[in-house]
Design a protein around this ligand. Structure first.
Ligand SMILES: [Zn+2]
Length: 70
């Protein structure tokens, strides 16, 4: 994706991601379609929902972070 621009500071943002640190692996956090609903087995229902890798862009001036899921 193209580098986002902080419209407040007129600067390019720094690329990064949100770490999803689970028991078995370290992954980038995902965007999941719909609102969170608890599953019968514990945790959240994600079956059949769209799942997209989420990217976090940070402004080096004002530190705001924007999340994108292209
Ligand atoms: Zn900024």
């Amino acid at each position: 994706m193209a580098t986002p621009f902080c419209t407040d500071c007129q600067r390019n943002m720094e690329g990064g991601f949100v770490l999803d640190n689970n028991h078995t692996a370290q992954e980038a956090a995902s965007w999941i379609e719909g609102m969170p609903e608890k599953s019968f087995w514990g945790g959240l229902k994600i079956k059949g929902r769209r799942k997209l890798t989420m990217y976090a862009w940070r402004c080096p001036s004002c530190s705001v972070v924007r999340l994108y899921a292209p």
